[in-house]
Write a protein that binds this ligand. Sequence first.
Ligand SMILES: [Ca+2]
Ligand SMILES: [Ca+2]
Ligand SMILES: [Ca+2]
Length: 660
Amino acid sequence: MRTFQILLILCMSYTHQLLWAADETELIEPLMVSIPAGEFFMGSNNNPNEQPVHKVNIPAFQLSRYEVTVSEFNQFERATHYIRTGTCVIHGQAGSLEIYMGAPENLALNANPADCISWDDAQAYIKWLAEKTGKAYRLPSEAEWEYAARAKNQQKYFFGNDDNQLCEFANIYGNENFGHNFQLKIQRFPCDDQADFKTVVGMYKPNSFGLYDMIGNVNEWVEDCARNNYEGAPINGSAWRDNACTKRVARGGSWANNNETLHVTYRHFSGEAGVRTWDSGFRVALNAHDEPQINNAGSKRFAADLASAQQLERTTRKKKLAAIKQYVKNSKTWKLGTLIEPPMVTIPSGKFTMGSTAFDKGYLKATPIHEVNIQSFKISKYEVTIKQFKQFVAATGYYPGDSCWRLVPEKGGKFKIEYTSGSWLTPEYAPSDFHPLMCVSWDDANAYIAWLSQQTGRHYRLPTESEWEYAGRAGATTKYYFGDNDEELCQYANIRDESGMIAFARDRGYEKQASACNDFSEYTSIVGMYKPNGFGLYDMIGNVNEWVSDCSNGNYNGAPTDNSAWISDECQMHSTRGGSYSSTPFNSQIAWRGHGERANRSSIGEGFRIVEDIQAGDSCDNISSASCKKLAQKKSQFEIDLEKAQKNFAQKKLRATNNM
Ligand SMILES: [Ca+2]
Ligand SMILES: [Ca+2]
Ligand SMILES: [Ca+2]
């Protein structure tokens, strides 16, 4: 499921932009900018691979004003029947996800930069363009690229050193991916550029040479071979070639990079020449003496279409801002009562065997099976509910986006998933205040947790993957925490059961075998409606799939053997656990591992529950103490309200059952 979701991130931006009728007869030739000759200092002392800083002389040349767009690249693909079959790699961390590239005729024409472009793809386009025009189009050399990007500026960025200004000049991975908020000071990134993924070229301010998107949007291939540093690099502006070269360099960073790797000297090594990544594109160069772009009908039309695509994008962004303001205003009218501190269960320390061989054929394995030592911690009895998140939003104005993955029908009884309008508040995804929260990203989950910790003075966080499995198993070594019998699943978990399947078929045209039992919940259920596990935790299987703090690792080689989270530096994907209301019995096994991009929001069931670190002197630092037992029995207002909601929901379910 998650694999498809990632693929659709790529397709999404193709479909939501202005569609163009292609002019098949007139070539779109790139708009070129004349770059004056000059000398500059290439590299920096930031990273070893940017050293040594060395002086380079650059002869005059030309570079395209924009990254090559989908529209331009498609013109080449149609003309030559060039097909990008194979895979496009998602950057994450250990075990990048590989996805299938659709045939090019499925991609709508648009003004976004072409992505999932390998160095070889870029060369093929350039060769075709050169033949069509009789001009020696080529990739820029790495030195030319850096010289052009700097535009006579030796600072961190071509506009200066201020991270906060990045979003005026570049589409990066900013706060727009994290969650807009106006009052809460927990922003992860320095700024907000209003584009969640790649966006129409030329939307941000150019550098002083008049080049757009030299930082961000898509990473740009250059001609040179990748080397570990600049020892022995050419100083005349030419590309650093090597006949035995396989690895190539991409520059400028992308919408998927944050300020840590966007300084203008940063070298994004993107590997083998045939590799496509979800944020790799390019722009083209020409020598100074070559005639610039012919102003033919195709290029004129491109300029006009680009202008309207940019206008449309600006209008969309304005509307989005207005919608956020309205949302914040609405949140002030919600009736929410006192702050909810989630009911917690203290989990005793212990040792357990983590993993399973059941998933060895899949992408995400749960092997090697390994022993883990767990220190005592507290975990919330229930998944975080709509009401809890409402309190956060009303207090802070936090806005977790307006789009969410959704299952949609396709021809022939098949289904696909689409990133489409919808949010954590959409009635279908949030039928009541006591339903589990979904359509929230890993980042949104952490934002809520940070706020709740701030408000309560408690040490809340997401569970680690090992804590989650330990808590989920509650001592069980079977497939599920109650045993191995699939038919018992519906007593313990809201999964894709018979009623869920009927609802999927009715509402989404999605017909597929469900589990052999009926839990009488079509989609998500009010939390805590099914039997708990041995620790008294509800919905550890099903309902919503739960974010954990760990990065998504393809297997358990090198996994921690204690409570700690397994995190690496550039971690884009995170694990999810427990499966959801849309899971099969196979995906409901307690050792099953899902994952999602940290900014991904999904109505197919990603939510979370929270953990609290036990502090010395906590009333419940000893789980078997009398005070702890007493505390566990005390019901909060939240639980009293929840019980009422559960009773109503149960009656409704009963009525539905009787009507079946
Ligand atoms: Ca962005
Ligand atoms: Ca770029
Ligand atoms: Ca769950």
